[in-house]
Design a protein around this ligand. Sequence first.
Ligand code: PLP
Length: 221
Amino acid sequence: MPDTTIADRLAGIRALIDKAARERAVQGPEVTLVAVSKTHGQDAVLAAMAAGATHFGENRVQEAAAKFSDLRASHDFRLHLIGGLQTNKAAEAMALCDMIESLDRPKLAVAIETLAVRGVRLPDLLVQVNIGDEPQKSGIPTHEADRFIGESIARFGPKLCGLMAIPPAGLDPTPYFQALARLADKHRLAVRSMGMSADFEIAIAQGATHVRVGSALFGAR
Ligand SMILES: *Cc1c(COP(=O)(O)O)cnc(C)c1O
């Protein structure tokens, strides 16, 4: 894919983000675009960086390391892990990523805290909530969310800075985005990572601070 395609798409997405942010009822903080580069090569990442993208999302630690590790020395970017994290990969994820958006269970929280106590750098963390309580999706179930978020804030302090969710496919996402925003409000958490290629404008209307956009930027996977 030529660089111009990614640059043009990025400009188009940014224009839609800005418009949605301007139009929302309550003025919120700026919206951060997380460019989800999973399955796409380093060439696509470099094209997006050249076009001004600064935040990237990957769902696998190994793939993220292969694509981004050698760019640290030469490029300025923030890498977000947005996929499920096994505890045995937690140390590598912490060393590699600036934010882990997929803290979804107590066992993982314990593993991350143990590593941080031993000196592994602690990235910013988001609790992933299974906001539609779908059996096949990861994320803490909604009935456990209050307790897990509270425990995670106690454990990690300000490094636990927000929530992430993926609403059920095929339904109006608005009530799910509203539910996540309410949960973040209740726990006084600033970051709300919600909205993907198909629904980022709706998410911004409901207070998203981070949108995770893959296919609309990089093309189909
Ligand atoms: C793949 C993925 C995205 C991006 O999805 P698109 O529909 O391609 O924009 C966003 N968030 C998560 C958690 C993902 O796994």
